[in-house]
Ligand binder design. Structure first.
Ligand code: GAP
Length: 527
């Protein structure tokens, strides 16, 4: 991406973040206390948007299908479950610390750098007789002053001063030597300081349960689940035995997951607390590969149905060696976020890995009797695993638009409009009396509101000029506005009596519609 395009996308992202706060979609968690990094709170409109997404996902994947059952598992997870799944031993990212700023970085996300490494063996302060022997190095990249290395090194060594009154500038550096390097990832790109060697950092949130928790009793250890999938595997037998199911069939779940991400970033994209929408689709071994392709298509169609067009999605067929250890085939569905093309969902063929592991570790039989082949088997599984918060962010990015429009007086202005699909829009319709000081208009508008409220989210607004009220609705993505005016009351004759103006958000076109037809018209649009 060119520098100009990257700058444009940064500005776009800033506008999106600002709108989300201003219009009550997303707030930083614990903002009044300085914020809780990697956690976000959804405001009234964000909560509606999220509900619409989750309800539609549930409807399409559970309620409209005979072969998928829903469940809602616990977040606190037995340590044995996550030992069996491999999360306790292996769910980690390589992490290193900046020796100067103490910033924690993901080792695999540091861009390789070229330059000159300045190495030192220690530092001293002549007047006080203080000294420290400790190796440290700094990277100076092309165009940077070599004095930067010395300044950084003095700052580093000053951490060990016992007398904090001594200025770092007064320190004498020892044993300076230099070396040219290419492609190094051992230095912090922000300040050139040496980093620690990468260490594996487990991403799970660990907690203790019960009365023995305070004694540090190991058996009281539990975890906040890092994925919803594991509860599906551990309840597979219960669900299969208490429902009449035959292969292939799925179990679906929507719920919170938690990962202690080293660098939460890109707004809500990489959070520490997030929601997943996962299906484990159990099948016969010979069906796994084909079902993975089928699920990919189904999921792409789903994104289209919620307003994310195919041309903004990318499919990554994850190559051998880069897939999770349990997967024989994985597609990542990626979206063009303003900050880059990034993963929205993974569709993975997990084989019989999970059920076999849980069978082995729990010692419980997890075989399933296949009525058709009259065989007992550990089913294989295809897993479409979507991130709810990431999809919300994609919906918001996709919806955001600014266009220049000319008002009635010929004045140009920028209209900010969130072009959510009506199905996802947090508010489906705004009901607006033309004037608030005409009781007949207000009464009629309230009647229209009452007619629609049981079926959809309706927003009633009587303040400000009608044009301003339309703009406010545009900014939160309300697809339809209904205005009650004097024609509604019959002042222009019987033909227009009990009709209202229906304004379409995207085209801004207006049409007349009978109040009696309004409910069905809107239900058709938002279903
Ligand atoms: N059960 C498989 C699984 O959890 P994953 O690729 O680690 O696979 C699936 O996660 C989806 O969950 C991702 O595609 C993403 O949408 C979402 N997700 C994962 N980590 C996330 C995070 N830190 N913040 C927000 N969403 C996340």
């Amino acid at each position: 991406m060119s520098e100009a395009a990257s700058e444009k996308n940064t500005v776009l992202m800033e506008k999106i973040v600002s709108l989300c706060k201003r219009r009550s979609f997303i707030f930083q968690s614990a903002e009044i206390y300085g914020g809780l990094n990697g956690c976000w709170d959804y405001g009234p409109l964000g909560a509606e948007l999220k509900r619409n997404l989750k309800e539609y996902w549930w409807r399409r994947n559970v309620q409209e299908r005979e072969d998928i059952l829903g469940m809602d598992g616990s977040i606190l997870t037995h340590q044995e479950v996550l030992k069996a799944s491999g999360h306790v031993g292996g769910f980690s990212d390589p992490m290193c610390d900046c020796l100067l700023s103490k910033a924690r970085l993901r080792a695999d996300q540091i861009d390789p750098q070229d330059g000159t490494v300045y190495q030192y063996s220690g530092a001293s302060h002549e007047e006080s007789g203080w000294s420290v022997d400790r190796e440290y190095s700094v990277l100076v990249t092309e165009g940077q002053d070599e004095n930067k290395a010395r300044k950084t090194a003095r700052l580093y060594y000053s951490q060990f001063l016992t007398d904090k009154q001594i200025s770092p500038k007064k320190l004498e550096l020892a044993g300076e030597s230099t070396e040219e390097v290419t492609g190094t990832t051992s230095f912090n790109p922000e300040n050139g300081s040496q980093l620690t060697e990468p260490r594996e950092f487990n991403l799970m949130f660990k907690t203790h349960m019960g009365a023995s928790a305070e004694d540090g009793d190991e058996s009281s250890v539990a975890y906040l689940r890092p994925e919803t999938a594991q509860t599906i595997f551990t309840q597979f037998k219960n669900v299969a035995e208490t429902n009449r199911v035959k292969l292939p069939f799925g179990i679906a779940q929507i719920g919170k997951s938690f990962r202690n991400e080293i660098n939460p970033r890109n707004y809500t994209f990489r959070s520490r607390e997030f929601e997943q929408m996962e299906i484990e689709f159990f099948c016969r071994p010979d069906e796994g590969m084909a079902l993975t392709d089928e699920w990919l298509e189904k999921r792409l169609k789903f994104y289209e149905e919620i307003g994310i067009p195919r041309e903004h999605l990318h499919i990554l067929d994850v190559p051998d060696g880069e897939r999770a250890h349990y997967s024989k085939k994985t597609y990542d569905i990626e979206y063009e976020f303003p900050f880059g093309i990034q993963e929205l969902e993974g569709v993975a063929y997990r084989t019989d890995y999970d059920l076999s592991k849980h069978k082995e570790c729990s010692g419980k039989p997890l075989e399933f009797f296949d009525d058709e082949t009259k065989e007992k088997l550990i089913p294989h599984v295809v897993e479409p695993s979507a991130g709810c918060d990431r999809t919300i962010l994609a919906l918001i990015c996709e919806a955001f638009d600014e266009e220049t429009v000319t008002d009635d007086k010929g004045k140009e202005e920028v209209r900010t409009v969130m072009r959510f699909s009506p199905r996802m829009a947090p508010i489906k319709v705004a009901v607006l009396p033309l004037l608030k000081n005409k009781p007949e208009l207000v009464e009629k508008a309230r009647e229209v509101q009452a007619l629609l409220t049981p079926f959809m989210t309706v927003f009633y607004d009587e303040t400000a000029a009608i044009g301003r009220r339309y703009r406010r609705q545009d900014e939160v993505g309300t697809p339809f506005c209904v205005t009650v005016d004097f024609d509604t009351l019959g002042e222009a004759g019987d033909e227009l009596k009990d009709t209202v103006t229906l304004r379409h958000r995207d085209s801004m076109e207006q049409e007349r519609i009978a109040i009696a037809d309004l409910r069905n018209f809107l239900l058709d649009q938002i279903h």
